[in-house]
Design a protein around this ligand. Structure first.
Ligand SMILES: *Cc1c(COP(=O)(O)O)cnc(C)c1O
Length: 365
């Protein structure tokens, strides 16, 4: 069990109203017969899988997508009886468990079914087609047809869905995306039987491309109010509301004299009389060492993180003296997940996923 810092003034705030609003806007943007599946893998991108799943369901999500079997089991354990698809690989040795929990799994290798014991109840499967992502999936029409025949030969395996995943849906240049989409449509048309759930879109494709003819979108990053990429932000069909903010409070405020140093390695040296504050947050909380030099904010005023970020603490430079206990925004407002991503040379997805379990989550309903 992870120890959570309930007695330390460092926390994330998750606005479930924002999550619901983002889902409602995307549902209004979709054709009526296309379902929204909430992607809640990786503890809902760091937002908390159970709370987010509840909010998503209330906002009209028709089921959930996760990456690993344990995430699906956690949802079942919490009482969700909705559709759940595990998008990553699941070992054959868990087939009975998967079937008994009525979890849908992804198949991408016909060998998976060879010699599989009799499934009771039947196993629900989605066939993954690799149309250009190069990650998981069957890579030829022939392989898909062979998989379809292997499934059809068993009365205890249900061909519930077929899907693919786009590599460039978040780019303005649509050439590669169109190639993948065309390939997927061809594969679906070549099937003997069209399964109930044909799906391909992630957030970017679900917002920007017409989903007529498909049955579901897998809505991830934008449910949390973040853009799939900075470049498509200006062309999104509706405004997103980010759900997560990361806060802490100043625990010590002090004045440095010229020549005084800060943190490990004594890499930061004051050049004048200056005010600094120590914050009870560090790399063990997901506020990683690369945040050194990043700007956090107090009431919208940006202040730099100086010296090295420690495991549990870091230091910021203040423009003038502030009282101990002043609230500091680590992620949120002017220093949004997108701004943080730019500083860390990564993407906003990684910013929220990085925040560790030691940081408690407070939910706004
Ligand atoms: C994570 C994931 C998604 C969701 O992608 P977003 O960009 O977060 O919307 C959809 N499909 C698959 C296969 C995924 O792995």
């Amino acid at each position: 069990m992870a120890v959570v810092g309930w007695h330390r003034p460092t926390w994330v705030e998750i606005d479930l109203r924002a999550i619901k609003a983002n889902i409602e806007k995307e549902r209004a943007n979709l054709p009526n017969d296309v379902s929204l599946l909430a992607v809640v893998k990786a503890n809902a991108y760091g937002h908390g899988i159970i709370e987010v799943a509840k909010a998503a369901k209330e906002a009209g999500a028709k089921g959930f997508c996760v990456a690993i079997l344990d995430e699906a089991l956690a949802l079942r354990e919490a009482g969700f009886d909705d559709f759940i698809l595990v998008m990553g690989a699941v070992s054959r040795k868990f087939a009975k468990l998967v079937a008994s929990q009525r979890i849908s799994i992804t198949l991408f290798d016909v060998e998976w079914l060879v010699g599989l014991e009799k499934m009771v109840p039947a196993l629900q499967v989605h066939v993954k087609v690799d149309t250009g992502m190069g990650r998981l999936g069957l890579r030829s029409m022939e392989a898909v047809r062979e998989m379809e025949r292997a499934i059809a030969s068993r009365d205890d395996v249900v061909f519930e869905g077929v899907f693919t995943h786009f590599a460039t849906a978040d780019q303005l240049d649509k050439a590669y995306f169109e190639k993948q989409l065309g390939c997927f449509r061809e594969v679906v048309e070549a099937l003997d039987t069209r399964p109930a759930i044909v799906h391909c879109a992630n957030s970017a494709a679900g917002m920007l491309q017409d989903q007529s003819g498909f049955d579901a979108v897998r809505f991830g990053i934008s449910m949390y109010g973040l853009t799939p990429s900075p470049e498509i932000l200006p062309v999104l069909p509706f405004e997103l509301q980010s759900a997560l903010s990361f806060y802490t409070e100043m625990v010590q405020v002090k004045e440095l004299a010229p020549g005084d140093h800060v943190s490990y390695g004594a890499t930061y040296e004051a050049t004048e009389q200056e005010w600094v504050a120590t914050l009870p947050v560090g790399y063990a909380d997901g506020f990683i060492r690369a945040y050194s030099g990043f700007q956090v904010s107090v009431d919208g005023i940006l202040m730099p993180v100086i010296g090295r970020v420690c495991m549990d603490q870091c230091i910021i430079k203040l423009p003038y003296k502030y009282p101990v206990g002043t609230k500091v925004t680590l992620i949120g407002g002017p220093n949004s997940a997108d701004v943080a991503a730019r500083h860390l040379n990564t993407i906003n997805y990684e910013i929220t996923c990085l925040i560790s379990e030691r940081v408690p989550k407070k939910y706004i309903r």
